[in-house]
Design a protein around this ligand. Sequence first.
Ligand code: PRX
Length: 671
Amino acid sequence: MSDDGSKATDGRATDAPAGSGAVTASIEALFSEDRTFPPPEDFVARANVNDRSLHDEAAADVLAFWARQADALDWVRRWDSVLEWNLPFAQWFVGGSLNVSYNCVDRHVLAGRGDKVAFYWEGEPGDARTITYGELLDEVQRFANVLKGLGVTRGDRVCIYMPMVPEVVVAMLACTRIGAAHSVVFGGFSAGALRDRINDADAKVLVTADAGWRRGKPSPLKPNADVALADCPSVSGVVVVDRCGTDPDMVEGRDWWWHDLVPAADPACEPEAMGSEDLLYLLYTSGTTAKPKGIMHTTGGYLTQVAYTHKFVFDLHPDDDVYWCAADVGWVTGHSYIVYGPLANGATSVLYEGTPDHPARDRWWSIVQRYGVTILYCAPTAIRTFMKWGTQEPEKHDLSSLRLLGSVGEPINPEAWMWYALHIGGARCPIVDTWWQTETGGIMISPLPGLTTTKPGSATHPLPGISAEVVDDDGNVVEVGGGYLTISQPWPSMLRGIYGDPDRYAETYWSRFPGRYFAGDGAKLDEDGYLWLLGRVDDVMNVSGHRVSTTEVESALVDHPTVAEAAVVGANDETTGQAIIAYVTLKGGQEPSDERGEDLRRHVATRIGPIARPKTLVFTDDLPKTRSGKIMRRLLRDVAEGRVLGDTTTLADPAVVEEIARRAAAAPAEG
Ligand code: PRX
């Protein structure tokens, strides 16, 4: 499909909008047969996009289109050329220079909006802080000077391992101010995962906290960091936010308290003019091998696309909206749609530290009501969890401020879409199901809420400026039907590579279909030209919207002294999308037991992080293998999902899989 492939269903000209305020009619429509939802008339009337002009502009001249989006930023020096494309290496806005923190903070303050709220922050225990753009500018400059004082200079890497506190945003922006790249490591990752990421990035400084609040208890970070740092020779300084008062060990000469350094720091720090193609950040993500990939994002193109998508996909009206992206800043969603997109656009956001069920299962809805949230962006896993908890939770609160809902991270099943639309959106809010990846940097496929008629479960169409096509096994473009999702033209926020491994970049993303970026996802196009994402087609699982590699979990298992062999698959799961199922063969002399199973699960959580902990672990005497020794994961997936076993004739020993099926049926699963 090309930029303008959505003509038939995407415009006001062809779709009559639903009657304004007609909630009853909308509810009926929710359960009607065809289940397509044109944008409500009152939404259309004041939407940033309510006609096809963006599509038309992009179709007429895509580079001029992107240049216009880039012009929404403040550049120190304008670019000489919009794109230099040397497949698979792209450079955007070549010759241009700018500073990201200046674009996200200074320019709003200089325009007289220093008192505007950047973040309403709420901690899990209920403490709260309101941070204006003016205050953010002050903290960012001070922390930038702290980093300089610790020897960080332009071109260095800084690792950030923090809970969801305002300081994490300050730390990220401070890096961009002085031209250091950050590498944020999700606070749920273990010491070993942190160590590997610090070493791969060769980071000079680590910014962390003693702990963060999770379900009423401090969840430690600094102790993990200390374990990691024992093997991280590149790190010479550590800055620690005292979030929970847990009094962690502090190493003299290496570890410093945030509250000692920041107030004492020089409050003025000039932003560095960075090249458009200078490294902005690294973000590690799971691939099909055990080693996570350091995805590289650069400066000008990235900020252009995240600002553009944030403004148009979320229909941002910065003076009126209170926007809440409920992701963690440790994932790409947090980078692009908590930090860079919203701040570049001068938005007011909510930032929440904790879990949705603390102190009770209505925490999110109390936040929506308290701050008058107008736009909510979250993952289908969260929505399915709320479905399970029941409608009485959102019903305790007034959610009438909401006007737009977003979904990201995994396919949203139509039932969850409908529940979200009805019980959170009051049958009044359009839903934007946004498809993208760590690698794409910004949203690629999504409805435009004032224009696109949506279908529950479909991410609809590529955004203006994006060329997505479904292809078959041979790389032929599919007009209607299933295949692989590919991107056929470069886009500004695309990854620039895998840190330290250009060959792996070309091989991973550009070799399966020559000339095309292959995203790893299956997709189908229906008769109306709507895209339906069908999940990963590689050995990557998607658990609660987080990517976990089967190979990474397998290596964590076989790394345990009792394990001989392991195979891991993702099986469909009602709540988390996929659940991790592990099949484990123990070494001779080791006996399977519930305790051993629990021990192995814990081992994986310690090695990688709790998100990688297998839900079910099945002990097997053998794994189903082909005669050439390849593990047949397809059969293990059949077993995990309780299906009739597929073709077993290529197995070396067909009896193996029957025995596994028997044991799997009896294996305990975690709730
Ligand atoms: O499989 C797709 C799924 O999440 C993968 C990307 O994961 P990650 O890099 O962690 O980024 C998640 C947040 C952008 C994709 O390859 N995915 C993401 N969004 C959707 C989705 N699958 C279906 N529908 C979506 N809206």
